[in-house]
Write a protein that binds this ligand. Structure first.
Ligand code: 9MR
Length: 388
């Protein structure tokens, strides 16, 4: 079911859209475009040709890169053609929601692993990698939490959860987003940490604690810190990049078992702030800490693009290729994961709907699982990437 548009205050806060400073602003719950970026994106001459028949996962793999997507079990169960498309293009599965606290923990003493186990078995049966999202996220707090968790038991609750969940998939998980979105430059704190019950109860060390608990339970998984809205050359993203680097440096200084940065990459087609030089420098800085980088939740927000789907698809494809050509230039980037594969199943439909009511088109395949120019753009970026 689609929520009402304009977005509710809760959705805007959830998305952090109030921080899309610079070229877009939120007025009365509506994202309003105030620049010419959208016009500049349209180039009818731009060539999105791809060579050969290889799938995305094959093109990526030939460069030592993993391609995969987020999904939920019900997408497969209700739709056989989607399953075929997913198997063809994806080398990795990420449960979009099934490994979150709110899904796994219906009650304080009860775990429900049904969906996450189903996806793990599906991945194994089809020779795909499996990746975990996420063990700690301030936005993913079950309703019972407030009544049950306090300063005295918070550490035990957190470590028990992490241990139970990560032990269950130990040795089978490629990587875990151990902590998600721990930074908020607008929190007013000098360390720019995002307010969260974990921060309230345990202080800033909850992050290190979470990484150590995950490493103890699953010593083989790659442990990732996952962050959002750090892609563009706008003040809020710049501040978050700075705080992210600092956080990573501090964690490493303390010997925390952390292996990679996840860059979510929900790209804003209307945003003119993509600055290849600055983004590239940030990636180099992360890589020079000895960390790998994963593009973890890639998709393109087409909310402010023209209604015409051919025009829109061309613009979305440009955003994909422009972004990926910068990030894949950094050899530390080892995976590109889109937040969904087909426009039929995308969080944008409910969180970032268009004001004209037209279906959103943020992903590589359309509503009927046909390739769009976005698919070509991703394929081209893999083809042009250097081997890792
Ligand atoms: O796509 C996810 C949506 O279905 C959920 O309702 C929402 C809340 O759990 O989370 C969405 O995924 C988010 C991800 O977990 C973290 N980064 C932002 C993603 C989009 O909101």
């Amino acid at each position: 079911m689609l929520p009402k548009f304009p977005l509710s205050r809760r959705q805007i806060l959830f998305l952090g859209l109030s921080g899309l400073a610079g070229s877009a602003a939120v007025t009365a719950g509506k994202v309003v475009n105030t620049n010419s970026q959208v016009q500049a994106l349209y180039n009818p001459q731009r060539d999105f040709k791809v060579v050969g028949q290889n799938s995305l996962k094959q093109r990526a793999a030939s460069k030592g890169i993993i391609y995969g997507a987020a999904v939920e079990p019900e997408f497969f169960q209700s739709n056989t053609p989607f399953r075929a498309s997913f198997l063809k293009d994806c080398g990795m599965i990420v449960p979009e929601n099934s490994l979150k606290w709110t899904q796994l923990r219906p009650a304080p003493e009860r775990y429900d692993f049904a969906k996450a186990d189903w996806l793990a078995a599906f991945a194994r049966a089809h020779g795909m990698l499996y990746r975990g999202h996420t063990l700690v996220w301030h936005n993913d707090i079950p309703v019972w939490f407030k009544e049950v968790v306090n300063r005295q038991n918070a550490e035990k609750v957190l470590v028990d959860h992490i241990t139970t969940v990560s032990k269950r998939y130990a040795g089978k998980m490629h990587s875990w987003d151990v902590v998600n979105e721990a930074i908020d430059p607008e929190s007013g704190r000098s360390d720019a940490l995002q307010t969260s019950p974990w921060l309230d109860f345990l202080g800033p060390d909850y992050i290190e604690l979470a990484f150590r608990a995950t490493a103890a339970a699953d010593p083989k998984a790659m442990l990732v810190y996952n962050e959002t809205w750090i892609e563009y050359d706008i003040p809020k993203h710049e501040a978050r990049r700075k705080a992210t680097l600092k956080l990573l440096e501090n964690l490493l200084k303390k010997g925390t078992p952390i292996h990679a940065l996840g860059i979510q990459s929900h790209l804003m087609a209307h945003e003119k702030g993509l600055n290849p030089k600055k983004l590239r420098a940030f990636l180099s800085n992360v890589a020079s800490l000895g960390l790998k980088i994963l593009i973890t939740e890639l998709d393109v927000i087409d909310q402010q693009l023209p209604a015409d789907s051919a025009v829109r698809d061309r613009m979305v494809a440009s955003v994909y290729e422009d972004y990926l050509s910068v990030v894949l230039d950094e050899k530390a980037v080892i995976a590109v994961l889109t937040w969904g594969l087909s426009d039929r199943y995308t969080w944008h439909a409910s969180f970032l709907p268009r004001s004209d009511g037209k279906p959103v088109r943020p992903l590589p395949l359309d509503f009927n699982f046909q390739r769009k120019l976005a698919w070509n753009a991703i394929a081209r970026a893999f083809d042009q990437a250097r081997k890792r």
